[in-house]
Design a protein around this ligand. Structure first.
Ligand code: G6P
Length: 614
């Protein structure tokens, strides 16, 4: 969702801002803009609908000088994606400019009041209301910018990360956050601002992660000062970001998504590193050591998540119930937060989020915390809001995920859930020694098996080319592979815009079978587990209706080879680990279909990588 970049220092601000916006493109956006203060303290604002490259083209013959500026990629919420609604927004006097990520919920009331006072608006956005409000407060009460911003933020309801500049005070950026991430980068005589650290790390690794209701005063030549809405100074540690530039670049791959699919074996090794020890035959998670009592004695797990993370949660449920014998419920965070759920202090709520910033998941965490549950987070983005809001947790350590469609984060989340179930199952005495040992070994071998599987990339590309005509797809799986079917369908939807649905295979007869004909490709995950024979019958039922079947089978399965139109072979593993392998070909299938259809794989239309608004 919206991306924020800011710069003040000794360099030309424009290239830093444009570069930063490109680093944030992955978040998803529909327009872009920049505001610069030139050496004559003139405020130049340029914005365009479309991509950052369109903004660059637009500014080719414009004055882009100056060493202070703010820039933004907008993902439309209030008002359609057009130039007027793009950020930055300027105040009526032309003195102030703002960029904003989030939603001002009471903007309509505020706008009406301001209009009654004679303020005129140029856009349909909630953001313009905020900058006009700041200016109104500043001019009517004759206040400095910081005080005006503080007072305005007391009046607004909603979620925001903002940055404001004032051409009468060109050596300063004021930034503030509530429920939307914001990071300040600290260089030598220069400062940076970002929605996350990715626009900053090529200049400095030193950052301050702002907390909710923090206001940062970033002044040229001075130390960054952080205050709360009441002007009380807030102390913040400067942290070192452990992120390399190479991690956020494509590294020779045509798309981030393909790079991230291929990174999975290494990512899972990183995820298991120091945690899974095959020789010592154990799984160690520091959270389970530090918070043994709360986690081991949990009477119920509730997993809250959105999107792909919710699919990982579905696998986690089965793992926790199978291995730990503790009931586990999975909830969409967006539903959980509003339905007044019954939560006890013996419940452990597990929040899964790649970005650690998803607004609904964060709100679900806060709610569960208020109701007395113990909260465990499974996140990827280090230092993001959800890990900071939880009691404990485990990072998945798969590195930055840039492609909007989640791939390596999913397998990382499933890996952490497997380790969690193993560590707790051992402590609870609900898993027998041999199964524990076998699972550890098998889990450790998964990255090697993934590498083998990835060698089928070309074959999967060939299969994909056959199906670009399809308008609908069905994905079927059972048990542990049912969430894999959901995830496979989601990947296809997200990036190729083909309608796809995932179903538990046996449910096919209760509806989806009515849709099956020769036009409908059906992907069936049919590995040799306890439900194999039943899935075999499903394939026969599909073939009887002349649909084309793409089957994911175990190596050497001749029976399904004879029945299905195409097969993709998976290495053998234990049933509960099958999702870690079966997901890979489905990611590749979606990727290649989308590429064949000429779609923007890394930045699919309307989608955002990190959904920081409701
Ligand atoms: C967005 C992304 C998905 C992601 C979901 C949840 O919809 O496009 O890829 O699965 O948010 O995000 P989270 O960061 O909480 O895992």
């Amino acid at each position: 969702m919206c991306g924020i970049v800011g710069y003040i220092g000794k360099r030309k601000a424009y290239p830093v801002l444009i570069n930063g916006l490109k680093r944030l493109e992955y978040r998803g956006y529909d327009s872009a803009g920049v505001a610069l203060l030139n050496d004559d303290n003139e405020l130049n604002v340029y914005k365009t609908k479309g991509k950052v490259s369109d903004l660059e083209a637009y500014t080719e013959d414009k004055d882009v000088s100056g060493t202070v500026g703010i820039a933004h990629t907008r993902w439309a919420t209030h008002g359609e994606p057009n130039t007027a609604n793009a950020h930055p927004h300027i105040s009526s006097s032309g003195n102030l400019a703002i960029i904003h990520n989030g939603i001002i919920e009471n903007y309509a009331t505020l706008k009406r009041r301001l209009m009654e006072k004679g303020v005129e608006f140029k856009s349909n956005t909630d953001t313009e209301v905020l900058i006009q409000l700041i200016e109104y407060i500043q001019s009517t009460k004759n206040l400095d910018l910081l005080t005006a911003v503080r007072m305005a933020l007391h009046t607004v309801i909603g979620a925001y990360a903002i940055a404001v500049i004032d051409k009468r005070n060109p050596d300063q950026i004021i930034a503030a956050r509530k429920s939307s991430p914001l990071v300040v980068g600290i260089g030598e005589d220069e400062f940076f601002l970002g929605s996350d650290a990715s626009p900053i790390i090529e200049y400095t690794k030193k950052v301050i992660y702002l907390d909710d209701k923090d206001i940062a005063i970033i002044h040229r030549g001075e130390e960054v000062k952080v205050v709360d809405f009441y002007n009380e100074e807030m102390k913040h540690d400067v942290t070192e970001v452990a992120l390399d530039l190479a991690q956020i670049e494509k590294g020779g791959y045509p798309h981030f998504m393909l790079k991230e699919i291929f990174e999975q074996p290494d990512c899972l090794m990183d995820c298991m590193s120091g945690r899974v020890n095959v020789e010592a035959n154990n799984v160690v998670l520091s959270a389970v050591i530090d918070h043994r009592e709360q986690l081991v004695n949990a009477r119920r797990f509730i997993i809250v998540a959105c999107g792909t993370s919710w699919h990982a949660a579905q696998i986690g449920k089965q793992l926790l119930e199978d291995i730990c014998k503790v009931p586990c419920e999975v909830e969409y965070a967006s539903e959980f937060r509003y339905r007044n759920p019954v939560i006890n202090n013996t419940d452990v709520v597990i929040a899964i989020s790649q970005s650690g910033e998803t607004a609904d998941t964060l709100a679900a965490v806060e709610l569960a915390k208020e109701k007395g549950a113990f909260i465990y987070g499974i996140c990827n983005a280090i230092g993001s809001s959800i890990p900071r809001a939880t009691h404990t947790g485990s990072y998945i350590h798969v590195g930055p995920e840039i492609g909007v469609a989640s791939t390596k984060a999913f397998t990382g989340q499933v890996t952490v859930l497997t380790m969690l179930a193993l560590a707790l199952g051992k402590e609870r005495g609900t898993i027998d020694e041999q199964k524990y040992k076998d699972l550890i070994k098998e889990l450790y071998d998964i990255p090697e098996k993934m590498k083998e599987l990835l060698k089928q990339c070309d074959a999967i590309r060939d299969i994909s080319q056959i199906f670009t005509y399809a308008r609908n797809f069905l994905y079927l799986g059972r048990g542990y592979n049912y969430p894999v079917a959901l995830e496979g369908a989601l990947k296809l939807k997200e990036i190729s815009y083909i309608h796809a649905e995932g179903y538990p295979a046996a449910e096919m007869k209760h509806g989806p079978i009515a849709l099956i004909d020769e036009e409908m490709p059906v992907v069936v995950i049919a590995t040799k587990n306890v439900l194999y024979e039943k899935v075999l019958s499903n394939i026969q039922e599909i073939k009887a209706r002349r649909a084309r079947v793409i089957a994911l089978v175990n190596e050497g399965d001749e029976t399904i080879k004879r029945m299905a139109d195409m097969v993709i072979e998976l290495p053998h593993t234990m049933e509960c680990l099958e999702p870690l392998l079966a997901t890979i070909p489905l990611q590749l299938l979606a990727y290649f279909i989308a590429v064949c259809k000429g779609k923007d794989v890394d930045q699919p239309r309307n989608l955002a990588k990190s959904v920081t608004v409701e």
